[in-house]
Design a protein around this ligand. Structure first.
Ligand code: UT7
Length: 326
């Protein structure tokens, strides 16, 4: 039976670097607080003329080249994002047009920070069912466009960027071995941006009163994130007959270094096997996993045959995990 394999990766991040020192001039915070509580030292910030779909295209080009997939051979484009260019149309068809991927069905997927992981689950299912062979899976966010720079509890966390993964159908031992995704709407207010949708549309004054910014109940999110990611990681390992001792790389969504460390510790995975680039990018939501994959792949740290345990948690609430043979 066919399943998906990651045949190419790419990333594109804005040039502008927003450092912790920059943030101390904007809100009452300190480099010491941000570094010790989150592990973040700097993050990228989209410039006024930057467009998310352009960054998706820039990330996709090297991913498709590495995979040997021509844009015209793509049959599906999935763009995981909660910050598309505009509500209508979705950003994925815009990416499709810019790439010249004329045959591809293209759609956005919003599962907040778990978006890329959800996309991998969907893409692997499409390939397993025979409905797709070549899929471009993107995770991209311009979160700083929806960040309230008077709220020190959130504004120090978020960064912008795009990551691309080119997926191919394979029958080999490499690629996606197992995926699992979960949701719990009970926690829908933990991470939210209430305005801009049909509940608080732009033509209602209350939507403008911070409804258009990302809000987060940090403490509540912190606890449930660790517990949920540990559980779902154990689930995909058990399903494939592996244990954490078999895992070469643990790649969690880069939300907070303390969350990465605590999740890895509970899974008994040592820090040297935990992918960690949060210091330079902050929390880029759906983009964090494909950006980290590309970075570690291009630095030669991921070796063919490595077993990679990937997990994410985000607004919704949504969470999931995947086990991938590189
Ligand atoms: O990506 C999707 C999933 N997202 C997450 O998983 C994020 C989960 N949450 C977190 O990462 C953390 O909860 C935060 C980084 C958001 C906050 O860290 P914390 O250790 O939970 O801090 P806190 O919210 O409990 O705040 C502790 C103190 C408070 O002061 P008091 O009330 O103790 O006097 C805050 O007002 O730290 C204060 N504080 C800050 N101080 C300086 C909050 N933000 C800042 C700041 N600079 N930026």
């Amino acid at each position: 039976m066919f399943h998906a394999t990651i045949a190419g990766t790419g990333r594109a991040v804005p040039e502008k670097v927003l450092t912790n020192a920059d943030l101390t001039k904007m809100v009452e915070t300190s480099d010491e607080w941000i570094t010790s509580r989150t592990g973040i030292r700097e993050r990228r910030m989209a410039g006024p003329d930057d467009i998310l779909s352009d960054f998706c295209v820039r990330a996709a080009i090297p991913a498709l080249a590495e995979a040997g997939i021509e844009p015209g051979d793509l049959d599906t484009i999935i763009l995981a994002t909660c910050t598309p260019d505009h509500p209508i149309p979705g950003a994925a068809p815009v990416v499709q047009q810019k790439l010249g991927a004329r045959r591809a069905a293209a759609f956005d997927l919003n599962a907040a920070c778990s978006g890329w992981l959800y996309g991998l689950h969907v893409a692997d299912g499409l390939i397993q069912s025979g409905k797709a062979k070549n899929i471009l899976l993107l995770g991209a966010e311009f979160l700083t466009r929806f960040t309230d720079y008077t709220d020190r509890g959130t504004c120090v966390l978020f960064g912008d960027g795009a990551g691309a993964t080119a997926l191919k159908a394979t029958k080999s031992d490499h690629g996606v071995l197992s995926t699992s995704i979960h949701s719990d709407g009970e926690g829908s207010t933990f991470i939210s941006m209430p305005g801009g949708g049909s509940s608080f549309p732009p033509n209602r004054p209350e939507s403008r009163d911070k409804g258009l910014y990302i809000q987060m109940k940090g403490g509540e999110t912190f606890k449930v994130a660790i517990r949920s990611m540990v559980d779902v990681c154990k689930e995909v390992l058990a399903e494939s007959g592996f244990t954490t001792a078999d895992v070469d790389w643990f790649l969690p969504h880069q939300a907070n270094e303390r969350i990465l460390t605590a999740t890895a510790e509970r899974l008994e995975i040592p820090p040297e096997r935990c992918v960690n680039n949060i210091a330079r990018y902050g929390n880029t939501s759906a983009a964090s996993i494909p950006i980290a994959l590309d970075e570690y792949a291009r630095e030669g740290r991921l070796k063919r045959g490595d077993l990679i345990l990937i997990t994410a948690f985000g607004g919704g609430l949504t969470w999931g995990a995947a086990l991938v043979r590189w």
